[in-house]
Design a protein around this ligand. Structure first.
Ligand code: PMV
Length: 319
């Protein structure tokens, strides 16, 4: 029996995606830019089967994940006019419930497996378009390095895909340190929170304009391997994104006191000469952007805090 195996890495947005212009086609309101994390990897095996089944780290997927994947399989079969079912066995080398972007690496690895198993010969652009239909940020996990997910203009999403703008060897010293303070599921899904924000936040359009303008500055900053510029742009973008959530009705807040404690540590380290910056997604955990020479110091400081559950230090994903 033929089995397809593929891997994909999680990614963290330096310039965020927050909001869809089309729910059905999973089209974003703006472009976003991310970095792949080599320490957070999903490996998936898929084979043909009589029914669809999904195992994640050896156990049946929870209902929410199952619905997400079944919806993706439904779309996949329709698009490629297939009638087969799939047995999916996926493993994350990081805690699945840690509020990290496991759906991005999970859907990207699945898209690669389906491409191989069904002999579709899709290139990385088409794979990114395909993965986007399962989870927006998954479009940025097909390739490693730094990825720019183009918002696109067409109604069917054919030009809304992620493109690698720099590979891992461009910046070997770049590090992303994930500070996990909470492993419970988020109280509101990013899909729902995005809907509330785009519908009710009066300052949302300001963020769209400001964040959209930051993309080119971020590309320049990465090109110049300028951590200060990358970090400051990423921080502002993340703070403004969370502000749009707070300005929504009902107001949405993913931060906890533990999140604020880590932000304070990052600010104090930076003020004392350890170059580091934070970014936060739809959850309370904090991702710290820094360079290899500061990694040991930052990991040590984080581990001394009672708020910390786990620290994962990562370089830029290859591929
Ligand atoms: O793809 P989703 O639904 O997990 O949305 C991701 C949204 C953020 O992580 C908050 C931002 C981003 O660009 O990854």
């Amino acid at each position: 029996m033929k089995i397809a195996t593929a891997s994909a890495n999680a990614n963290i947005a330096l310039i965020k995606y927050w909001g869809k212009r089309d729910e059905f086609f999973m089209l974003p309101t703006k472009s976003s830019l991310s970095v792949g994390l080599d320490a957070l990897r999903t490996t998936t095996q898929v084979e043909f089967s009589n029914t669809d089944s999904i195992l994640i780290n050896g156990i049946m997927a929870d209902d929410e994940t199952k619905i997400k994947i079944l919806r993706f399989l439904y779309f996949f079969r329709k698009k490629f006019e297939l009638e087969c079912c799939f047995s999916i066995n996926t493993t994350n080398n990081f805690p699945t419930a840690a509020g990290l972007a496991s759906s991005a690496s999970g859907i990207a690895a699945l898209a690669k497996c389906l491409n191989e198993l069904c002999a579709l010969n899709l290139d990385s652009k088409s794979l990114s378009v395909l993965a986007r239909r399962g989870s927006g940020s998954a479009s940025r996990s097909i390739l490693g390095g730094f990825n720019l997910w183009h918002k696109g203009l067409s109604g069917d999403g054919s030009d809304s895909y992620a493109e690698q703008i720099f590979n891992a060897s461009h910046w070997p010293e770049f590090r992303i340190i994930v500070a996990i303070v909470q492993t419970e599921k988020k109280h509101i899904s990013s899909t729902e929170a995005m809907q509330i924000t785009t519908k009710t936040c009066k300052t949302y359009n300001n963020w769209l304009t400001n964040s959209g303008r930051r993309i080119n500055s971020m590309i320049k900053a990465i090109e110049n391997r300028d951590l200060e510029a990358v970090g400051e742009l990423a921080q502002v973008d993340c703070l403004e994104m969370h502000e749009t959530m707070r300005n929504s009705s009902p107001s949405i807040n993913y931060w906890t006191n533990k999140t604020i404690k880590i932000i304070e540590l990052v600010n104090s380290l930076r003020n004392n000469g350890t170059q580091c910056y934070f970014t936060i997604d739809a959850g309370p955990n904090v991702k710290i952007l820094t360079l290899a020479k500061y990694q040991a110091k930052i990991v040590g400081e984080l581990n001394s805090l009672p708020e910390i559950q786990q620290v994962i230090a990562s370089g830029v994903a290859c591929d």
